[in-house]
Structure formats: C-alpha cells, structure tokens
Design a protein around this ligand. Structure first.
Ligand code: ZN
Length: 300
C-alpha cells in the first residue's frame, strides 16, 4: 500500500463519519418534531383539591370542553374529527384516563368527530345523549364505540341533575321530542361549582332558547360564563336568551376564517353592547378557566 493509497483511505473514512453526524442530527430533529407534534406544549393545568378547571379546547370549527376536578372529569362534545389528535394529546397532557360523564350534545360532526376516539381510548362511566339519531358514518361510529364500552347511556331529560363531587350539572334542554333542526336537539347544560357557573348550549337555536327562557327562572339561568350557541351564529343567541343568562364572559368556539362567517357580526355587537367579555378559540387557541367556587380566573 502506497502513501497515496493510505491518504485515499483516510478520506474515505472521513466521508462516512461526516454523513453519520448529519444523519444523527436529522434524526434528532425528526424525533423532536414528532414528539412535539403528538405532545404540544400544553401548560400543566392541574386543579387543586378545591378547584375545578374548565378547558375550552381549540378544535377549529367545532366544540370541545373538558372539566377537570379532583373528584372526576367531564367532557362536553368532542369535535371535529380533524382535531382528534389535538384533543387526545390535550387530554393526555392533563393526565386524564377517565371521564365520569361524556355529553355529546347533538349528532353533528363538529361536536362528535372525536367521540369514538374518546369512548375507545378513555374510560367513560356515563354518556349523556339527546334522543335523536343521524345517518352519518361519524354518528354510527360513535354509537358502535359507546355500545362496545362499559358506559351507561343516559338520554338527556330536562330537569335532571348529575353530580361529580361538588360539580352539579343541570340538564335544561332539549324540551321537545320533535324538532325540524337537528341543532335544536342539542343538550343544554348548566354547570355549577358553588358560586361559579357555566352554560353550554351546543348548537341549540332560538326555538330551544325560547323554550328554556319560558321554562326556567331568571335566577336559575344566570351564569358567569356562556359558551355561545352555534359558534356565534345568528340562528342562536337571541337577545332575550343572552339577557336571561347575563354572562360576564362569552366563549366562542370557531375555526379561523370559517366558511360560515362565525361568529356573526350581530352576535359580536350584541355581546359587546351588553359589556360581555368575548374569548374566541380562533384567536386565542385553547382557553382555560380556574374556578375556586368563588372567583373565575382566565388562565393565559
Ligand atoms: Zn356546531
């Protein structure tokens, strides 16, 4: 072997080492990217013994709320299907393995898109549904997953009250057996934790809102936070209904530049004119509230 042969060999040796280093760097970046894609940086939001935390999760044009407490967890809606991986990783980041109640307000995809995932991947004790069916694949996937689970199935009956520790859930709607609009079958629930209260109305429209106003007293309907009906559409959120609920804070769950123009200008004006603070998932992403039974703190 000549000197030039040896120097050629050295060069050859150097080349693979250089390639190996580059490959290792690419691998590290890829692994980190994959990890953070599956586990986004959700702040650690664990309620203390005497708190609950309400999470309005950014699912784009859809709804998903999770309530966590030491006594147990609740999920209200799980849409859309596209947001399934975000919902899953958000729940896992909170360390949740089990829900005492899952409420799927009505059978539209933007509310039940991830419902089958919830039923398959987490333990759910009770599922509350309105008494209405749908022909969509998403709906039948949800039903199959519920049937295959150990959950008790409860049809939403107005006036029913369910508890998880000191959390009380009052079912306020649907109040009729037959509606023309699927949205009006939405389960409407008032959630109370001592002096703190939230109202979740799904996509219930003005017809259902009117039934609620007629049936219940103003003092019962009064809430601190309203998750605005139907993503801020004018089909919901009548002035009388907003007046009856008279929230301090309105959450609007909608997708950025969504095709429906939600939230509608009229609803934003109505809420603004009434001095109600608006928090939108399309602007803020996931929104959380820490509730100690007395005050409600928005967690930035
Ligand atoms: Zn909807």
């Amino acid at each position: 072997m000549t000197r030039s042969d040896i120097s050629k060999l050295k060069k050859l040796k150097k080349y693979p080492r250089w390639v190996t280093i580059v490959l290792i760097i690419i691998f590290i970046f890829y692994a980190a990217f994959s990890y953070f894609k599956e586990n986004p940086l959700v702040p650690s939001l664990k309620p203390s013994d005497d708190e609950i935390i309400v999470h309005s999760i950014d699912v784009g044009q859809g709804d998903c709320t999770i309530i966590t407490s030491k006594a147990g967890n609740i999920i209200i809606d799980a849409g859309t299907g596209e947001a399934e991986s975000h919902i899953r990783s958000y729940i896992k980041s909170l360390g949740i393995e089990k829900f005492e109640y899952a409420i799927f307000t009505h059978p539209h995809e933007d509310h039940i898109g991830g419902a089958d995932m919830i039923m398959k991947e987490f333990a759910v004790n009770n599922v509350i549904l309105p008494g209405v069916t749908h022909t969509s694949v998403t709906f039948s996937k949800m039903l199959d997953a519920i049937e295959a689970s150990d959950a008790e199935i409860i049809e939403a009956v107005p006036g029913s009250i369910y508890s998880v520790g000191d959390i009380r859930m009052l079912i306020l709607a649907p109040n009729s057996k037959k509606y023309d609009e699927l949205n009006d079958y939405s389960v409407v629930v008032k959630l109370e934790y001592f002096e703190n209260s939230f109202m979740f109305t799904g996509d219930a429209e003005k017809l259902s809102e009117n039934e609620i106003i007629k049936k219940y007293s103003i003092s019962l309907l009064d809430c601190d936070v309203l998750k605005v009906g139907h993503h801020g559409s004018t089909t919901s959120n009548s002035e009388q209904f907003i007046n009856a609920v008279s929230p301090d804070i309105a959450i609007i769950s909608c997708g950025k530049d969504n095709e429906y123009g939600h939230p509608h200008r009229e609803i934003k004006k109505l809420l603004n004119d009434m001095g109600i603070k608006i928090l939108r998932t399309d602007e803020l992403g996931d929104i959380s509230f820490r509730c100690n039974g007395n005050t409600i703190e928005i967690i930035e």
